[in-house]
Design a protein around this ligand. Structure first.
Ligand SMILES: *Cc1c(COP(=O)(O)O)cnc(C)c1O
Length: 366
C-alpha cells in the first residue's frame, strides 16, 4: 500500500502512454455516445472518476463525489427508510445538526442525540437504531469520539456506521479501516484546500451501499461540475503537505494561546493538556489543523477580536491555505452548547510567527 503523501501525488493520472497528458482533461459534456458505462452527464464524468480515484485510495474504499459536503450527507440520510432511528452527536457541524433536527421534527427519521465523547452514553443509545452518525473531531468544539470502540460496538449490534472525517482528513484517520460502512469528507475543506470550490465525497467498501448512494446522486442530481472536480484533484496533490504544516502551526498556536491571559480555554486534541489527548493519540496519526479557543470576553468583544485581525481573515469555512477564524455563535443555527466567546481557527500554511503576531495584536484590542 502506498502512503497517503504518495497517493495524493500519483492518483487519478491518465494511463502512462507516450505523450499522454500528466493530468486528466476537464470533460465538459452533458452526454456521451451510447454504449459505454457513463451514458449521461448526471451519471458520470471522466474528471469525476479521476478525483474519486484519489479519495478512494486515500480512504481505502470506493468513492462518489457530490456538489457539496451537505449534498453527500443528505444522500446518506435519503437511503434510510421512513421512520428509521439514527443515533447522532448532539454537537457537530451545524448544517448536519440542523438537517437531523428537521428530519426528526418532520418524522422522516427518529434521531437520538448523544454526547459522542461519552462512549457509554453512545453505546447505551444504539440498540434499535439503523445508523450511527459520527463526526470526530467535532466542528467546532473538537470533541473526540472513541471511533474504534464505537464502530466495533455498532457493528456487533448490526448497526450501520457513517463517519464525517472532514476535520481529521484521511491523512490522520481512516474510519473504513476501523470498520465503518461509510466515510464522508467535505472536499471543500482540506482535500481541495484553496477555498475556491465546494464538493463532498462518500466512500465505502460495500458495493451494495455504493450502488444505493450512486442512485441518490444520479436521481437527486447533486453532482459536481467537471471544472470543480479538476480543481479538487489539483488541490489534493498538495493535501498531505498542507495538512502537516497546518497541524504543526495549530499545535504551536494552541500551546501559546493556552498561556495567554485573555484566553480561558483552548480546544485541540493535539495539546498534551487536552482532556481527550490520550484517546485521540490512541488511534489518530495526527490531530489536524483546526482548533478553537474561548476568549475571556463577551460575544460582542470576541467579534471585535475576529475583526481586528490583519493577516487572518474573519470568515467561515476551513481547510484552505489561508488562516481563517470566526466566532461560531454569530450563526443563528450554531448550537447553544458552543460558547458565545468561542473562536474557531483553521490554520493555513503562512509563517507561524506572523500568525502569532496577528493573534496577539487582535487580542490586545479588547
Ligand atoms: C463544512 C463541513 C461540512 C459541509 O460541507 P460543505 O462542503 O460546506 O457542504 C460537513 N461537515 C463538516 C465537519 C464540515 O466542516
Amino acid at each position: 500500500m502506498k502512503k497517503p503523501e504518495t497517493i495524493a501525488v500519483t492518483a487519478g493520472r491518465p494511463e502512462h502512454t507516450p505523450d499522454a497528458s500528466l493530468n486528466p482533461d476537464v470533460q465538459f459534456t452533458s452526454t456521451f455516445r451510447a454504449g459505454g458505462p457513463l451514458g449521461y452527464g448526471r451519471y458520470g464524468n471522466q474528471t469525476w472518476l479521476a478525483v474519486e480515484d484519489a479519495i478512494s485510495q486515500l480512504e481505502g474504499g470506493r468513492t462518489l463525489i457530490f456538489s457539496s459536503g451537505m449534498a453527500a450527507i443528505n444522500a446518506v440520510f435519503n437511503i434510510l427508510p421512513v421512520g428509521a432511528v439514527v443515533t447522532a452527536s448532539n454537537q457537530g457541524y451545524s448544517g448536519t445538526m440542523t438537517v437531523l433536527k428537521m428530519l426528526n421534527e418532520s418524522g422522516r427519521l427518529e434521531v437520538r442525540f448523544v454526547d459522542v465523547a461519552n462512549t457509554s452514553e453512545v453505546i447505551a443509545a444504539i440498540p434499535g437504531t439503523q445508523l450511527l452518525w459520527l463526526e470526530s473531531p467535532t466542528n467546532p468544539c473538537l470533541e473526540v469520539a472513541d471511533l474504534p470502540t464505537l464502530i466495533k460496538a455498532a457493528k456487533q449490534a448490526g448497526i450501520g456506521v457513517a463517519v464525517d472525517n472532514t476535520f481529521a482528513t484521511p491523512l490522520n484517520q481512516n474510519p473504513l479501516a476501523m470498520g465503518a460502512d461509510l466515510v464522508m469528507n467535505s472536499v471543500t475543506k482540506f482535500l481541495a484546500g484553496h477555498s475556491d470550490i465546494l464538493m463532498g465525497a462518500i466512500s465505502t467498501k460495500d458495493d451494495a451501499l455504493f450502488t444505493r448512494i450512486e442512485t441518490q446522486r444520479k436521481l437527486g442530481g447533486a453532482i459536481a461540475g467537471p471544472m470543480e472536480a479538476w480543481l479538487a484533484l489539483r488541490g489534493i496533490r498538495t493535501f498531505a503537505i498542507r495538512v502537516q504544516r497546518g497541524s504543526e502551526s495549530a499545535l504551536e498556536l494552541a500551546k501559546r494561546l493556552s498561556e495567554h491571559p485573555k484566553v480561558s480555554r483552548v480546544r485541540y486534541p493535539g495539546l498534551p493538556t487536552d482532556p481527550q489527548h490520550e484517546r485521540a493519540k490512541s488511534f489518530m496519526r495526527g490531530f489536524g489543523a483546526v482548533f478553537s479557543f474561548e476568549v475571556k470576553a463577551s460575544g460582542e468583544e470576541t467579534e471585535r477580536v475576529c475583526n481586528a485581525a490583519k493577516l487572518i481573515t474573519n470568515a467561515t469555512s476551513l481547510g484552505g491555505v489561508e488562516t481563517l477564524w470566526e466566532r461560531r455563535r454569530r450563526w443563528p443555527i450554531e448550537s447553544e452548547v458552543v460558547p458565545e466567546s468561542l473562536i474557531r481557527v483553521s490554520v493555513g500554511i503562512e509563517n507561524v510567527e506572523d500568525l502569532w503576531d496577528d493573534i496577539k495584536q487582535a487580542l490586545d484590542t479588547i
